[in-house]
Design a protein around this ligand. Structure first.
Ligand code: NAD
Ligand code: TYD
Length: 337
């Protein structure tokens, strides 16, 4: 099979490229990535020289590029997106551009080119905050942040390709991923790397928001199953094994790293901060026999070890003026009063 992975130089996409080539060594994978601030070719270094892998720098919203890379492709899995909620609060434009317009350009070109399957990687954030109970795939979409709204819009755009053209699309909605190679602007890597640097861990509000954490490798395994055996026109929720309050996660990180709890700092809350996400995963368990394997306890220990051992990787990202520094200053100018 010839597979196009978009956004494959980012966190989850790069794990997926490595996962797929390991499981399917005779397949060919093309990674299409714009290399925004979040894309990092270093994430793909294990496969860059493989004859089974080709990297193309390009935008999913640029039709001529997309049409060219789609030649001979059997399936597409779309990870390409702007992904950080806090950035979407500062400026939603790139989110709408890539996540909505870009996704349409990509799927329209894939359908026209006769690509046989299209998996769109989405998020549980499209359901909005769920104080109690769980969200089924049929739940009404109720996004709160511009990021979540752009993903909800992209889900609907993708679904219309099934509803109007019977184009075989599948949508996945996963909880918060964690693991190696995650950009240090996100919660867990930010807290781990700040702890390593002896810097404060900025907890929004009272730290009582709840997230379900899934190891990135468990997510990739679920996506692999959807790509192979998912039913056309269907949505699949994906989640890890447990729910944790942010403050408990912060305490756990500090304990694991032998750092004092005084490093935790409560800062102004994120506007529209969703209290909890909780997708119901019975469908993917029943239909595709998938369940998560990595416990949060074990995964977090391994993640801390990875960031300890790869300080050159995250220090280079944190040092970037336009990638991290400028954003971080803007972000905390509005948060730390
Ligand atoms: P990421 O920000 O680490 O990576 C995104 C990648 O997309 C980067 O390599 C970036 O360069 C690329 N990209 C951005 N705009 C592009 C464009 N216009 N054309 C081509 N490439 C472009 O994100 P991630 O955390 O790996 O998330 C990947 C996907 O999974 C996203 O669609 C996200 O919504 C979804 N998702 C993420 C999580 C999570 O916890 N990280 C959870 C559920 C779903
Ligand atoms: P994040 O990694 O941004 O993922 P999402 O908002 O998409 O779930 O944040 C995870 C949780 O951590 C969320 O409740 C917001 C919180 N958070 C903080 O308390 N401080 C921070 O500096 C960041 C980045 C997030």
């Amino acid at each position: 099979m010839k597979l196009l992975v978009t956004g494959g130089a980012g966190f989850i996409g790069s794990h997926f490229v490595r996962y797929w080539l390991k499981k399917n060594p005779s397949d060919r994978v093309i990674t299409l990535d714009k290399l925004t601030y979040a894309g990092n070719l270093d994430n793909l270094k294990e496969v860059l020289s493989s004859p089974h892998h080709r990297f193309v720098r390009g935008d999913i919203g640029h039709a001529p590029t997309v049409e060219k890379v789609l030649a001979g492709v059997d399936a597409v899995i779309n990870f390409a997106a702007e992904t950080h909620v806090d950035r979407s609060l500062l400026d939603a434009n790139p989110f709408l551009q890539t996540n909505v317009q870009g996704t349409y350009t990509l799927i329209n070109a894939a359908r026209t080119a006769g690509v046989r399957r299209f998996v769109h990687v989405s998020t549980d954030e499209v359901y909005g905050s769920v104080p109690r109970g769980k969200s089924l795939e049929t739940e009404r979409l109720n996004p709160t942040s511009p990021y979540a709204a752009s993903k909800a819009a992209s889900d609907l755009v993708v679904l219309t390709q099934w509803l109007t053209h019977r184009y075989p699309v599948m949508i996945t909605r996963c909880t918060n991923n964690y693991g190696p190679h995650q950009h240090p602007e996100k919660f867990l890597p930010l807290f781990i790397t700040n702890a390593l640097e002896g810097a404060p861990l900025p907890l929004y509000g009272r730290g009582l928001n709840v997230r379900n954490w899934i190891h990135v490798e468990d997510h990739c395994e679920a996506l692999g199953r959807v790509l192979r055996r998912g039913r056309a026109g269907e949505i699949y929720n994906i989640a890890g094994d447990g729910e944790y309050k942010n403050i408990d996660v912060a305490r756990r990180i500090l304990k694991l790293m032998g750092r004092p709890s005084t490093l935790m700092k409560f800062v102004q809350d994120r506007p529209g901060h969703d209290l909890r996400y909780a997708p119901d995963t019975r469908k993917i368990q029943k239909e595709l026999g998938w369940r998560p394997r990595v416990s949060f306890e074990r995964g977090l220990v391994e993640m801390v070890e990875w960031y300890r051992a790869h300080s050159a990787w995250w220090r280079a990202i944190k040092a970037k003026k336009n990638g991290f520094q400028t954003y971080y200053k803007k972000q905390y100018a509005t948060r730390i009063k």
